[in-house]
Design a protein around this ligand. Structure first.
Ligand code: 13P
Ligand code: SF4
Length: 338
């Protein structure tokens, strides 16, 4: 190449440079070189199919920073899904999230790169269980976490996420003039809501397999080894773990906390990729990184995102018999959380 002629990087090379900048050198060069052509391919396929990628905060940095069009917690993804201008939605998250997107976009194709990406909370309860609870507690409104399958949503009055659960429970109780609410299926989220309100909360025995593994003892040990540390925890953690934390909130609330307060040293009691993504956005904040991996979230990779877009496969649909009622519970949540 003659001197003086600018060397323009290939599109994949350009993507590589952009991802390196976005992730502030936190992904090593070998991995970046492996990701770049895949990211380029995904970009082309997105344009070809008029697709958008919604990614949950627990997705790995190469997905979160490399290919996602929208990132956020469950509520933010649902709000975004309602407003999308696209033909195809690729949900980088778990099955119930793809179902929620489908409920809000019945005429769009919703793809999940791996249909086995489930959730222990969604698996803990069925629509039939909710109907039996309704018979047992007549007149008590049912608020279900979005981490449930569509048949459970269809049997509910309204959904909630970890970021609006307290608000939704209080609003529905006031609307119905009752002092008891069924908050399903996460026992620990229900306990957290109960600690924040005077409404009596009836719950179920579902747990998140990632957050239930944290212990209060573990947090106490981190405090001893890292004096001055700020501990942020997700409300799916057991109550004694939350009691040891400085702040409890959804994944988006934890990320905002770090951005706004810029604590010197942080421990996030949640899924592993969360701290990776928040650390990249907050250089200068020191992250202590014990974490538990969600095996379901980790089923999503750049490779299977590329494959699902290329082959237009792994479409998520919701049976007509339950779609309208399930959608009503999600839409009700979006209205009530405003
Ligand atoms: P949020 O992102 O809504 O806090 O939910 C966490 C979670 O576990 C999703 O699976
Ligand atoms: Fe479900 Fe827990 Fe995984 Fe979230 S982190 S998808 S609640 S198992």
């Amino acid at each position: 190449m003659p001197l003086g002629v600018a060397q323009h990087p290939s599109p994949a090379g350009l993507r590589l440079q952009q991802l390196a900048v976005k992730t502030q050198g936190k992904i090593d060069a070998t991995k970046l070189a492996k990701y770049a052509p895949l990211i380029e391919e995904i970009d082309q396929l997105k344009r070809q199919h008029q697709a958008v990628i919604l990614a949950h905060n627990y997705q790995t940095p190469e997905i979160y920073y490399g290919v996602a069009d929208v990132v956020g917690d469950s509520l933010q993804l649902a709000i975004a899904a309602e407003k999308l201008d696209a033909k195809v939605i690729v949900q980088c998250g778990v099955y119930f999230m793809a179902e929620t997107s489908k409920l809000l976009n019945p005429h769009k194709k919703v793809l999940l790169p791996d249909l086995e990406a489930g959730c222990s909370l969604a698996a803990s309860i069925t629509g039939k269980d909710v109907e039996l609870l309704r018979e047992k507690y007549p007149g008590v409104p049912v608020v279900t976490y979005v981490n449930t399958n569509a048949d459970v949503k269809a049997a509910s009055d309204v959904c909630c996420t970890s970021s609006n659960a307290v608000k939704i429970v209080e609003k529905i109780a006031a609307e119905r003039g009752v002092d008891r609410v069924l908050c399903l299926p996460d026992e620990y989220l229900a306990k957290y809501v109960a600690s924040q309100t005077k409404i009596k909360i009836l719950s179920w025995h579902g747990h998140c397999e990632v957050h239930e593994r944290f212990t209060a003892l573990e947090l106490q040990q981190y405090r001893r080894h890292h004096p001055g540390i700020t501990i942020l925890a997700h409300p799916e953690c057991p109550p004694d773990v939350l009691a040891e934390a400085d702040f409890t909130g959804s994944t988006a609330a934890m990320a905002n906390y770090v951005g706004q307060n810029r604590p010197a040293r942080v421990l996030m009691i949640t899924e592993c990729s969360m701290a990776d993504n928040v650390a990249i956005a907050n250089p200068g904040v020191d992250f202590i990184r014990p974490c538990n991996m969600c095996p379901h979230m980790k089923r999503i990779t750049l490779e299977n995102i590329r494959d699902c877009l290329r082959d237009q496969k792994f479409e998520v649909t919701v049976p007509d018999a339950i779609a309208a009622r399930a959608k009503a519970a999600v839409v009700r949540m979006l209205e009530m959380s405003q």
